[in-house]
Design a binder for this molecule. Structure first.
Ligand SMILES: Nc1ncnc2c1ncn2[C@@H]1O[C@H](COP(=O)(O)OP(=O)(O)O)[C@@H](O)[C@H]1O
Ligand SMILES: [Mg+2]
Length: 390
């Protein structure tokens, strides 16, 4: 029963809410999946501002959240259509879209709510709009199904990491540096049940927040670490940052803007005078903290038990030379590689992963790794919005 390869489109907007990443991939029953093309579409400014406002926990009415859900659906649909035009691929040829959506709230561990321990997560960007405007069946809202079986709903990318990076002889860690940093540990020749994954702490979120603060919103990130490089790192401040209790928390664990958002920025700014840190000194120290929080996680939870040869880095933070240099220096002889060296562009990895998750869901197959999310069992992730009949 030979089957033609299928085209899949993945859509991703992470906690940084900087852009929509679009990845085009092919899958077929008897060969490994392949990434064909990818592109980045910036999020309209007003949309980004509203996402960040709500994701930071500002008061928002049901009306605003509902409207934002649909507006974002249009933004995702437009990103998909523009990307397909750019790739010169007709939407009619695409079998399936996997859309992560935009996280506006994530509480992976149950906390008391109305007298009951409750975990929940909310990714918006209405898939019915994406399906209707593109004519492509769209699978979205992947995380709740994992929470429904006791998991944290995150991380979900480890399924794809395992598929893409498992190696018969090399122990590998896949590190994604988005707003938050997360790792997937894939021992040499691992079975899915041997894969460990969790959020290690902040990636670009603190750096971006400091840059926005110090430039009064004129810049949103520290391009190529230009600002941090003008500062000096302050060891005592760095040590204080490394005492962050999140780093010590055992996995499964996941985090987000709820912890590393506005309140954390306030804490950083209040530490600066005590350590006589100028803005760029604070930025450099926080950039090093970001890299060292990953190193800490590896030393604390991974390297004592697992032989690791390579750290494969994706996400926007892979473009930050200071983070990459610090990782390489602290982890030698582990080889630190940007994911593009293995054929997956840094900015395409997560969108690609959600295309692959959609494919599993469409075939009624589970794609959470219970050991990574803490779920009690496998779950088929996501909800399907069918394309309108042709
Ligand atoms: N050239 C660069 N130099 C430094 N940082 C960069 C560069 N390019 C991207 N980034 C960082 O990557 C972030 C976006 O990363 P991304 O993987 O899209 O995260 P998310 O998944 O949270 O949206 C930006 O906000 C910025 O901090
Ligand atoms: Mg992004």
């Amino acid at each position: 029963m030979p089957k033609k390869p299928l085209l899949l489109l993945g859509l991703m907007s992470g906690t940084s809410a900087d852009a929509i990443e679009v990845a085009l991939a092919t899958v077929s029953a008897n060969s490994p999946p392949k990434l064909i093309n990818h592109t980045t579409r910036p999020l309209p400014k007003a949309l980004r501002a509203e996402i960040l406002r709500i994701a930071e926990g500002a008061p928002a009415s049901a009306a605003q959240i509902s409207q934002l859900n649909f507006r974002l659906g249009h933004a995702f649909a437009e990103a998909a259509l523009a990307a397909l035009r750019q790739f010169r691929v007709s939407p009619k040829r695409v079998a399936l879209i996997g859309s992560h959506g935009q996280t506006i709230f994530h509480q992976g561990r149950p906390v008391p709510f109305l007298g009951h321990p409750t975990a929940s997560t909310l990714q918006i960007g209405e898939p019915a709009i994406i399906a209707a405007r593109t004519g492509i069946t769209t699978i979205a809202d992947f995380r709740p199904a994992d929470i429904a079986v006791g998991g944290q709903g995150a991380p979900l990318v480890p399924f794809a990491d395992y598929l893409l990076y498992r190696h018969p002889k090399l122990g590998r860690v896949s590190l994604n540096l988005g707003g938050i940093a997360n790792i997937t540990v894939i021992p040499a020749n691992a079975k899915p049940s041997q894969v460990l994954a969790f959020d290690t702490g902040p990636a670009n979120m603190l750096i971006d927040a400091l840059v926005s603060h110090f430039t009064h919103g004129r810049q949103h990130f520290d391009k190529n670490a230009r600002l941090a490089r003008k500062g000096r790192s302050i060891p005592a401040l760095l040590n204080a940052l490394l005492r962050d209790p999140y780093l010590r928390q055992p996995s499964p664990k996941s985090t987000g803007r709820e912890y590393y958002g506005a309140a954390y920025l306030k804490k950083l700014l209040s530490l600066a005078p005590k350590y006589r840190a100028h803005p760029n000194d604070l930025l450099r120290s926080v950039t090093l903290f970001t890299a060292l929080s990953v190193v800490d996680a590896l030393h604390r939870f991974v390297l004592p038990k697992t032989k690791i040869h390579q750290l494969i880095v994706s996400g926007g933070g892979a473009h930050n030379p200071l983070i990459m240099a610090q990782l390489a220096a602290a982890l030698a002889p582990i080889e630190v590689l940007p994911s593009s060296q293995l054929g997956i562009p840094e900015d395409a990895k997560e969108a690609y992963a959600f295309a692959l998750l959609a494919y599993e869901t469409f075939h009624h197959r589970p794609s959470n790794l219970p050991k990574a999310t803490g779920a009690s069992r496998p779950a088929i992730l996501g909800k399907i919005s069918y394309a309108p009949p042709r």
